[in-house]
Ligand binder design. Structure first.
Ligand code: SF4
Length: 282
């Protein structure tokens, strides 16, 4: 079997997928809340090594139908390089029907519509994308400065290319003082784009990054408690009016209350569940 370069991460929905590391680490690796790839330098793995991993794993799991390309932002690869990997994977896994990867907002913005269409035609189907916040001011504070315009441009291109997007927003990311700005801007952004899946995570800071993270808020950052997280969730869901049907999940290990539904159909039910839990527990 293959030796993965640890640590290895994948989205919860890829639990049953084959995982191949096309890159190691994250090409950006500067977001102040994220420690996932802090121990790795970004590396584009040689094609021969990626092919060798595909060869090895396809011997045992030849009938796999889902593939996730790790690590942190495989969409940072050139389109040509990525197509070689996707082509080879479809050759070696004859039943493959879904190929997904993580992309940063920067990666998606950098790809042209034609490149995304080409990747879709080759069999890339789903992109996991961290919105984190719709507020540019908050994104600057967390060291992921990308404008709304660029995020909307990237997400619209993906939609036009018929790629599914699974996006995440981080509750508690802006602390108490900027909570309203964070939630309003995040909902506004989502209401302007077409995505397939939406999840909320809760901010979880590792002790060794906390100080640095807070410093960027000029020490105005106060963490939300569990009740405030749920209230932020209520505020967020109540502001969502997506353009298309969105499958909503809040099932990450960080979430104190798992939620699942389809928006806008289940909006009231989700809000009722949240209000019920707040009333019962706090
Ligand atoms: S782009 Fe994603 S993986 Fe990279 S540092 Fe930011 S949150 Fe972490």
């Amino acid at each position: 079997m293959i030796n993965y370069h640890q640590p290895l991460y994948r989205p919860p929905a890829e639990a049953n997928s084959i995982i191949i590391q096309a890159t190691l680490g994250c090409s950006y690796n500067k977001c102040s809340f994220c420690t996932m790839y802090e121990s790795k330098n970004f590396v584009i793995r040689k094609l021969e090594d990626v092919f060798s991993d595909i060869d090895k794993i396809s011997k045992y799991y030849n009938d796999s139908n889902k593939l996730f390309l790790a690590d942190g932002d495989a969409l940072s690869l050139s389109t040509e390089h990525l197509i070689k990997i996707i082509d080879y994977a479809y050759l070696k896994f004859p039943k493959l029907r879904r190929v997904s990867l993580y992309a940063s907002a920067f990666n998606l913005y950098d790809k042209s519509l034609d490149e995304l269409k080409l990747l879709r035609s080759k069999g890339l189907t789903l992109i996991y994308y961290g919105i984190e916040s719709g507020s540019f001011d908050i994104l600057k504070k967390i060291q992921k400065p990308i404008s709304n315009k660029k995020m909307i441009d990237g997400l619209n291109k993906a939609y036009e290319a018929n790629l599914k997007i699974s996006a995440t927003v981080i509750l508690g990311l802006a602390g108490k003082k900027y909570s309203k700005e964070h939630i309003t801007a995040s909902a506004n952004l989502i209401n302007q784009v077409n995505i397939t899946y939406l999840s909320t995570l809760q901010l979880m800071l590792e002790p060794h990054t906390k100080q640095k993270f807070i410093k960027n808020f000029k020490d105005e950052f106060q963490e939300l408690n569990e009740k405030e997280m749920l209230e932020e969730q209520i505020e967020f869901i109540s502001l969502l009016n997506p353009l298309n049907k969105v499958i909503f999940r809040s099932n990450h290990v960080s979430n104190i209350l798992p939620l699942a539904g389809t928006l806008p159909k289940d909006k009231n039910r989700l809000l009722e569940e949240l209000s019920f839990v707040i009333k019962k527990i706090f």
